[in-house]
Design a binder for this molecule. Structure first.
Ligand SMILES: Nc1nc2c(ncn2[C@@H]2O[C@H](COP(=O)(O)OP(=O)(O)OP(=O)(O)O)[C@@H](O)[C@H]2O)c(=O)[nH]1
Ligand SMILES: [K+]
Ligand SMILES: [Mg+2]
Length: 370
């Protein structure tokens, strides 16, 4: 039996045990067992290997959104408010111990929202379920950093630092730097712009630190040393968009609410008062930058009911990506497409597989004659 099932069993046993003098000892024992099991669940797995129980939630829908924040900021309350799934919430910390998925259906898209245990300082070193939570965060298309409006500044700084320390870069794009390891010729360093932070000498030193002695480097922007290191580290870096969600604004003054609301990429909400929740979903939608494409058969009106949803972060937003979603053989059978919408200069423009689509474009795909 898994730890979670044992927890459930004990909770069930506690619920059906009457509270009185005779059962006091028994209940105490159950409580102790429960807290031991919870501690076990919070403990990172021994030996490093193996997935943690309750975190292996498969990707579902068009985008994945992870709720990350300190304990008891209202993550579960938020999931229960935005999706039909109910995730247990309570006034004590670490109510949530695993990853709980819910689904938001919006504008024809399905967004997978993931409730997670709270993270604390030191999460990146494995404190609590930090590592597992962060791993789920890395797999997300958008992070909602849920903050308690009363301690928002401090919480935001601490969580950002935890995520930074494991290579997650929030609301930053990958620096425009090409870095290719080579077999010979040393460190070849070039830039297409004036550099004020980096130099050939610094690049060489950094590369040597990573035991890289041959590489071709091209900077297309005035990158900082940190940004350069991010590129050298390569696959250990994730660039993820983030919305800062200030919850419990019912606890602070209107002036404070105003200040928070003005911060970039921020939104103020109250789950308890159900304030701003619809606007939050719209902001999630905007931040994900999903592209809806309506397909049209020759001689018929477009199908506005069931759009294809394309994303830059996953398979791209080209005609080719649309074909792949429609049918696995369609790319091979593709002859041309006609597009109506913002991505074209004129209506019914004829385009090829590489054409980049815009939100709400209408597309008609023609196959080769067989
Ligand atoms: N005042 C106020 N309280 C809230 C609001 N939203 C949630 N809460 C309360 O905050 C407490 C914690 O809520 P949870 O949803 O369990 O928080 P969590 O972040 O999931 O907590 P963990 O799973 O323990 O990390 C509960 O008592 C909620 O009722 C809100 O908008 N305003
Ligand atoms: K809680
Ligand atoms: Mg919770």
């Amino acid at each position: 039996m898994g730890i979670q099932e044992r927890i459930k069993e004990i909770q069930f046993e506690m619920a059906r045990t009457q509270k009185n003098k005779a059962t006091e000892g028994h209940l105490g024992l159950l409580k102790a067992r429960l807290s031991k099991l919870k501690a076990q669940l919070l403990e990172p797995p021994k030996g490093g290997g193996g997935k943690a129980e309750g975190f292996d939630v498969g990707k579902y829908g068009d985008a994945r959104v992870a709720l990350i924040g300190f304990p008891s900021v209202g993550k579960s309350t938020l999931l229960s408010s935005l999706t039909p799934t109910q995730s247990e919430s309570a006034a004590y910390e670490f109510t949530t111990l695993t990853c709980i998925p819910g689904i938001i259906t919006y504008k024809g898209a399905k967004l997978q929202l993931l409730d997670l245990p709270g993270i604390i300082e030191g999460a990146s070193e494995g404190k609590g379920r930090g590592r597992q939570v962060i791993a789920v965060g890395k797999s997300a298309d958008l992070i909602l950093m849920v903050l308690d409006a009363q301690n928002a500044k401090e919480q935001k700084a601490k969580i950002t630092a935890e995520l930074e320390s494991v290579g997650i870069r929030l609301n930053k794009r990958r620096p425009d730097i090409t870095f290719q390891r080579k077999a010979a010729n040393g460190i070849v360093f070039n830039a297409t712009c004036h550099l004020t932070h980096m130099s050939q000498e610094i690049a060489r030193k950094i590369c040597h630190e990573y035991k890289i002695f041959h590489a071709e480097i091209l900077l297309r922007e005035d990158a900082s040393v940190d940004e350069f290191i991010d590129i050298v580290e390569g696959k250990n870096r994730s660039y993820i968009p983030c919305l800062y969600v200030y919850n419990k604004i019912d606890n602070i003054s209107i002036e404070e609410v105003n200040d928070l609301a003005r911060e970039p990429d921020s939104i103020v909400i109250s789950c308890n008062l159900r304030m701003n929740l619809e606007w939050l979903v719209e902001r999630i939608w905007q931040k994900l930058g999903l592209v809806r494409v309506y397909t049209k058969k020759p001689g018929f009106h477009p199908d506005f009911g069931d759009p294809l949803i394309l994303t830059e972060r996953r398979d791209g937003i080209s005609i080719e990506a649309a074909c792949i979603q429609l049918h696995k053989d369609l790319v091979d059978e593709f002859r041309c497409a006609f597009v109506w919408g913002k991505s074209t200069k004129h209506l019914a423009q004829r385009v090829g597989l590489k054409h980049i689509l815009c939100d709400e474009d209408v597309v008609q795909i023609l196959k080769k004659k067989s």
